[in-house]
Design a protein around this ligand. Structure first.
Ligand code: SF4
Length: 92
């Protein structure tokens, strides 16, 4: 997991949850997620803004560890990419 420098955190710096999640995921998983996203019919894909909003919630959720949701076992990137997906804890 990427460390947040203490000085930056105390200065209220903003961090991208998507980047944090992507950084935590092994490269082969991000490739897999990307392939899976492209395999989804366009109508089944969530739009980019929705994916970012969902991942932002996942990024600060205690159930998310290393890009995996411990509530359902899914990679959050994959779960957030499908339009009809729902958070198992009803956070999105
Ligand atoms: S419980 Fe919901 S918000 Fe938390 S990691 Fe899982 S899908 Fe994301």
């Amino acid at each position: 997991m990427r460390e947040i420098p203490a000085a930056s955190a105390s200065e209220g710096a903003r961090f991208c949850r998507l980047c944090d999640i992507m950084a935590e995921m092994p490269e082969d998983v991000t490739e897999y997620a990307d392939r899976l996203y492209r395999l989804l019919d366009e109508k089944d894909r969530a739009d980019e803004e929705t994916i970012r909003r969902r991942l932002s919630v996942c990024g600060s959720c205690p159930k998310q560890v290393g890009g995996t949701c411990l509530a359902c076992g899914c990679y959050v990137l994959i779960r957030a990419s499908a339009e009809r997906s729902r958070c198992p804890k009803k956070k999105w």
